[in-house]
Design a protein around this ligand. Structure first.
Ligand SMILES: NC(=O)c1ccc[n+]([C@@H]2O[C@H](COP(=O)([O-])OP(=O)(O)OC[C@H]3O[C@@H](n4cnc5c(N)ncnc54)[C@H](O)[C@@H]3O)[C@@H](O)[C@H]2O)c1
Length: 371
């Protein structure tokens, strides 16, 4: 890559597949803060009105075909922000098109086979891939990782606890959404709908924290789900065991204020607690607290969050610097999530827990997976 007129490194050209609410309310605001590193050059969406409207906001080309975007020489890196069922094929095509790096929204695959296929293509082509489970890129988490010493070896309890309003509320705070797909009502007493909600909850929402959980569960392959319940209008309560570590995953998306997203890892002599900012919010990083007897170390909040962290990492990788997450890490993170999703869907208790004020309207399958 050549340099800019002032001698700073050339801008990395970004192409985005899928220009829905996540592109509009998460990625474009993040990229707007990183104009010294990255430039949006091509937006693709199967809906031509959405593609054109979103591209015009950032002065980019637009198209309705993935092939056209991948053939655009101005695109150095590709972000995949389409619905989850298209992710695996689009990641593979982006790697094969010889792009410099790929950012795929979570979940990057929906089966172990798809994940193994992606991992093989990344190894063959050498194209680095990162997954947009943003918490692993949050400076609050990264700071904690550097400071926690021997914590992972002594943790016995891990909790991920999420209370959020429905996505549209934060999307609308961030930007003016074009082309939002209306939600459809579903019968959440239907066992098949409940299973889909549980799978969607784990693969769409819990998945943000599961790579963090896995850092404290070396025996992650031995997952045993002890209890799983749906939370209405959308959420879950899952209790599980991985080796000797007890894990609680809780989420409720309802009309309640105030939002909260906490992650805790508790050991014999030390404990970590992280308060993350809610999804779609651009207000700095998480704050981590590491407590030992008589001492609390506070890390953060730092100036940017995990969304911006993902893009900084992608720019670094596209410029041939930095180390991408290993293919094994991506694969194991996904296998862990799939194992929990499958076991939890197979263990749902009768009925559902009602939490909070339900003014979030109906949910549909897309909403379930994309939370
Ligand atoms: N990181 C986060 O915090 C976060 C939050 C919510 C959702 N997500 C993830 O982001 C992704 C997008 O979410 P969203 O809410 O914008 O989804 P969405 O389904 O509302 O919108 C996706 C867009 O993709 C377009 N599309 C459909 N098929 C396509 C295809 N084959 N190729 C390209 N575009 C296509 C649609 O027209 C739509 O405009 C999902 O994978 C979701 O899981 C991430």
């Amino acid at each position: 890559m050549s340099s800019q007129a002032d001698g700073s490194p050339a801008l990395v050209g970004v192409g985005i597949l899928g220009a829905g609410p996540v592109t509009q309310a998460i990625h474009l605001p993040s990229l707007a803060r990183l104009g010294h590193l990255l430039e949006v050059r091509h937006i693709m969406d199967v809906d031509p009105l959405v593609a054109e409207a979103v591209a015009s906001r950032v002065g980019a080309n637009f198209s309705t075909s993935m092939e056209e975007l991948l053939a655009d020489p101005a695109v150095d890196v590709v972000a995949i922000c389409s619905p989850h069922q298209f992710h695996a094929a689009q990641v593979i095509a982006s790697c094969r098109a010889g792009k410099k790096a790929v950012l795929c929204e979570k979940p990057f695959a929906m089966s172990g086979e798809e994940a193994a296929g992606i991992s093989a293509v990344s190894a063959e082509t050498g194209v680095p891939i990162i997954v947009g489970a943003m918490h692993t890129f949050d400076p609050g988490w990264l700071g904690a990782e550097e400071a926690w010493g021997d914590l992972p070896g002594q943790v016995h309890t891990v909790r991920s606890s999420i209370v959020l309003p429905p996505n549209p509320r934060f999307e609308d705070f961030a930007t003016e959404i074009v082309g939002r797909v209306p939600m459809q009502a579903r019968d959440i007493t239907d066992p098949e709908v409940m299973k889909a909600m549980m799978t969607g909850g784990v693969m769409g929402l819990a998945i943000h924290d599961l790579p963090l959980v896995r850092r404290f569960t070396p025996d992650f392959a031995a997952v045993e789900v002890l209890h799983a319940e749906i939370v209405a209008p959308f959420g879950y309560v899952i209790s599980l065991r991985a080796g000797n570590v007890a894990i609680e995953l809780r989420a409720a998306m309802n009309g309640t204020w105030e939002p909260s997203w906490e992650f805790e890892a508790i050991g014999d002599d030390a404990a970590l607690k992280i308060d993350f900012t809610p999804s779609y919010v651009h207000a700095g990083s998480a704050t981590a607290r590491i407590r030992t007897a008589g001492k609390t170390t506070v890390l953060g909040p730092f100036g940017h969050n995990g969304y911006e962290g993902e893009w900084r990492k992608l720019a670094e990788l596209a410029s041939g610097r930095g180390t991408p997450p290993s293919a094994e890490t991506l694969l194991h993170d996904l296998e862990f999530a799939l194992a929990i999703a499958q076991a939890a869907a197979g263990r749902i208790e009768k009925g559902s827990i009602e939490t909070g004020r339900n003014d979030s309207g109906p949910v549909n399958e897309e909403q379930e997976i994309s939370a």
